[in-house]
Ligand binder design. Structure first.
Ligand code: C2E
Ligand code: CA
Ligand code: CA
Length: 699
């Protein structure tokens, strides 16, 4: 039911109740006043009749009485009249039926149920009563009056009710019309149309509600506008963001591609690197196995490359490597893979070759292209090459062994000064080292299979042993003694270097401690890899180990290569500073083979440089090496560093180094690396033994 209908009904009901009460009361009052008038009229008429008949009663004049009755009955309202004396009825007249019934005076209109109001009055003289009169009045007239009054009242009530209804309707319409406006406006808000305003009339509650509604509508409109604006902005941002994300994704894809390329290619020659090459060989193995085909794997190492680097500088060396790479790329088939494995080493994967003759076609082309002179600046250079070849599946059907075999064949070619060598089992017996990588080195570290050999360093002024270099070996239960070149790189690549170095340090510290207890106060040099140098907790580990022994830190020397430092110079410097701070000495190993700048050397707080053995060993025969050694000694001294020459293999080298002012020497001429027991023997017997000042005359 609508509010409007409720209002109309409510108002109508209340007003109808009030009116009904009013009209009903009015009608009652009207009826009562008619009754009262009847009673009064009847009583008066009866008394008047009694007075009129008094004399005739006293005189018992019946005729007069009957006349009086006839007279009374002329009044249309009188139904009958009777005069009663002391002895009984004296005269009577009127409606005979009514006269027959016993008389009983009525007191009110209601008791006159037979339609006749019976009234009586005494006939008295003084105080004595002589009789009484009985008169009956018709109540038809009053009845009519009452019915008329009732009708009129009902008509009045109905018309008033109709008026009330109409009034209520109009009033409710007036009230609800404004509510209607509010309702319509609210519906518009519900439909999402904000800002709609309604007219405000007056100051009553509805007007106040309208004002509040208008304010709300305006605020909603404002909020809606802001929301739409924000939505537009978000849409724009989203569109922008999507564009930026797409752009960034594209950039990332490009960078990823570049990174992937960098990770899989050599920066200098843009050739595939070792990782990509291994991947290609693995794929070749899979497809060759499937298709029952064979292929060849070649390891190439340039000859006479190092002198180019040393004499003409790294730029020249880089140029040669790039030139060789380009030439090799052109002389190989598209399906073959040429990779630079590092330094002057290359590898080639020759697909779909079955016989040695097939391979030889490519080998000859490769050799011819490499040995062609290279013009650089104003000079013409020539490099040679040593090639080792292993065949799949004849020599092996797995990647590691195949790679090992081609390497071993290449070394064999170098040793025999052949340009190329095909792998054969005799080569394996000779080297064996490559295959050692496959052995369980972790197990070896944990099971004390590693041992140290010590190579003395002799002071070139006093000819005394100043210290030793600890060199690790793997005492393999099946393969005998394996040299570090065969497993150090493997350890570095397989996350074993930290463990290995700690093991070596511990063994070296223990040995040094033992010698010190025997008053053999030698310094102990240990080789540290790039991985250790980049390890932030390495100095703490060294400190922890040092704490286990009583050797003073100043007797410990850590040998690090230039390459190890240049991997991440800042981190390396930080660790070197810490190690220095602990009192340990640091020396640069294989000096001359890397790219360290003088500026770094000064920052590094190193105590010594060790001239790489390749220069020292060749110094007797190669004047340029002699120059390099001398200038390195001068350079070291100018920087305030001690200089050690390693790889001293002859009396001539010894003499020359002494002459050049080199501080100490290490090499097979004085002693090969030997076990601790052998070392004790050596020191007793050798002219270089501690305290000895004899100049060696023979090895
Ligand atoms: P390196 O540090 O340059 O060590 C010197 C190497 O030169 C030793 O080879 C030594 O036997 C050899 N050598 C010494 N005097 C002469 C000589 O007069 N002529 C010739 N031809 N060679 C000489 P080794 O012991 O095979 O070690 C090879 C390399 O293995 C070491 O080179 C070093 O880089 C690495 N290495 C050895 N032990 C460890 C170690 O404990 N930790 C680490 N990280 N590397 C080690
Ligand atoms: Ca060394
Ligand atoms: Ca060295």
């Amino acid at each position: 039911m609508s509010f409007r209908l409720k209002a109309i009904l409510g108002i109508t009901l209340i007003q109808a109740l009030l009116l009904f009460t009013l009209i009903w009361n009015g009608a009652q009052i009207l009826i009562s006043s008619h009754e009262e008038a009847l009673l009064k009229q009847a009583s008066t008429a009866t008394h008047v009749f009694a007075s009129a008949t008094r004399d005739a009663v006293l005189a018992t004049d019946v005729g007069s009485l009957e006349n009086a009755i006839v007279q009374a009955l002329t009044n249309p309202d009188i139904v009958y009249a009777r005069v009663v004396g002391k002895e009984g009825v004296l005269a009577e007249g009127g409606n005979s039926g009514i006269l027959k019934r016993p008389f009983k005076a009525d007191h009110d209109y209601q008791s006159a149920s037979d339609g006749v109001f019976d009234s009586t009055a005494n006939i008295t003289v003084g105080n004595e009563q002589y009789g009484h009169v009985e008169v009956g009045f018709s109540i038809d007239k009053i009845k009519d009056t009452i019915i008329t009054a009732r009708h009129e009242t009902t008509i009045l009530a109905i018309s008033v009710m109709a008026m009330v209804g109409l009034f209520s309707y109009l009033f409710a319409m007036y009230l609800t019309r404004r509510l209607d406006t509010l309702k319509t406006a609210s519906q518009r808000i519900a439909e999402g149309v904000f800002g709609h305003q309604i007219a405000v009339h007056g100051t009553d509650e509805l007007a106040q509600t309208a004002v509040a509604f208008n304010e709300m509508s305006l605020k909603l409109h404002q909020l809606d506008t802001n929301r739409k604006r924000a939505e537009d902005e978000i849409k724009n941002l989203n569109a922008n963001l999507e564009a930026r994300v797409a752009f960034r994704t594209h950039q990332l894809a490009v960078i990823n591609k570049e990174l992937e390329h960098l990770a899989l290619h050599d920066a200098l020659t843009n050739l595939p690197n070792r990782t990509l090459f291994h991947d290609r060989v693995e794929q070749a193995i899979l497809s060759a196995r499937r298709e029952k085909k064979s292929f060849a794997l070649m390891s190439l190492d340039l000859d006479r490359f190092k002198p180019i680097n040393d004499t003409l500088g790294h730029h020249a060396g880089d140029f040669v490597l790039q030139e060789i790479s380009t030439r090799l790329t052109h002389c190989l088939r598209q399906s073959d893979t040429l990779a630079r494995m590092g330094g002057d080493e290359f590898s080639i994967l020759l697909l779909n070759v079955t016989t040695t003759e097939d391979v030889m076609v490519s080998v000859n082309k490769i050799i011819r292209t490499i040995i062609k002179p290279i013009a650089i600046n104003d000079t013409t250079l020539a490099v040679g090459v040593s090639i080792g070849i292993a065949m799949f599946p004849d020599h092996s059907d797995d990647l590691t062994t195949l790679m090992c075999h081609s390497d071993s064949a290449m070394y064999a070619a170098k040793r025999a000064q052949n340009v190329y060598t095909f792998y054969n089992s005799a080569i394996e017996k000779d080297s064996g080292s490559c295959m050692a990588l496959q052995f369980d080195l972790r197990h070896a570290i944990e099971n004390e299979e590693l041992i140290l050999h010590y190579q003395p360093k002799i002071d070139l002024t006093s000819h005394c042993v100043s210290g030793v270099e600890a060199l690790v070996r793997w005492q393999h239960p099946g393969h005998g003694l394996i040299y570090p070149d065969a497993f150090i790189t493997f350890a570095e690549k397989n996350g074993l270097m930290k463990q290995l170095t700690l093991k070596v340090l511990e063994m070296a510290f223990r040995q040094c401690d033992l010698w010190h207890q025997k008053n053999l106060n030698l310094s102990m040099a240990v080789n540290i890899s790039a991985i250790n140098l980049q390890d932030p907790i390495f100095p703490d580990r060294v400190a922890g180990l040092l704490g286990k022994f009583s050797v003073p830190a100043c007797y410990i020397e850590l040998e690090i290569t230039e390459t190890a430092i240049m991997t991440d110079p800042l981190r390396a410097i930080e660790n070197i500073k810490k190690l220095n701070g602990m009192g340990l000495q640091v020396s640069i190993d294989d000096f001359g083979t890397g790219y360290s700048s003088m500026a770094y050397l000064q920052k590094l707080l190193v105590a010594k440089i060790k001239i790489d053995k390749s220069f020292v060993m060749e110094m007797d025969n190669n004047p340029s090496d002699d120059v390099i050694v001398r200038s390195t000694i001068d350079l070291g001294h100018n920087l305030g560093l001690k200089v050690v020459a390693e790889g001293v293999e002859s009396q001539e080298s010894w003499d020359r180094l002494k002459e050049m002012g080199c501080d100490s020497a290490q090499g097979y001429f004085m002693s090969r690396p030997i076990s601790a027991d052998q070392f004790m023997q050596w020191i007793k017997e050798s002219p270089f033994g501690s305290g000895s000042s004899a100049v060696p005359t023979q090895k």
